[in-house]
Design a protein around this ligand. Structure first.
Ligand SMILES: [Zn+2]
Length: 111
């Protein structure tokens, strides 16, 4: 038998941008746009062998510093993700048969 109880857990209440100092509370939309990097550098890293690397950046500083290199993709229209995945299916390579998705004419329908 499991006997449950409740205990307080730590959580991130605020984020402060390490670059500009902007402060965001966890209920604000700005809070959810922060980017945090937190990892342990490997052996031979230019940042020091096995050093802990951390930074919290607001969205404004992220764009100002890394903007040219960010790969920004608009959200997919619902249903298109599965259709793109199905386009990768190749009966010659993967074997078997695969029915065409509904509403999309098959090769036989086109001819
Ligand atoms: Zn900032």
């Amino acid at each position: 038998m499991k006997i449950k109880d409740v205990r307080p857990q730590p959580f991130v209440k605020q984020l402060r941008c390490d670059r500009c100092g902007r402060l965001a509370e966890d209920s604000e939309s700005e809070f959810f746009e922060f980017t945090s990097i937190d990892y342990k550098a490997g052996y031979g890293s230019i940042l020091g062998d096995e050093n802990q690397i951390e930074i919290d950046l607001c969205q404004h500083c992220l764009k100002e510093t890394l903007g040219p290199w960010l790969r920004v993709t608009e959200p997919a229209v619902p249903g298109t993700k599965i259709l793109k995945a199905l386009e990768l299916f190749n009966t010659d390579r993967h074997g078997g048969e695969f029915p065409p998705p509904r509403g999309i004419p098959s090769e036989e329908d086109k001819s």
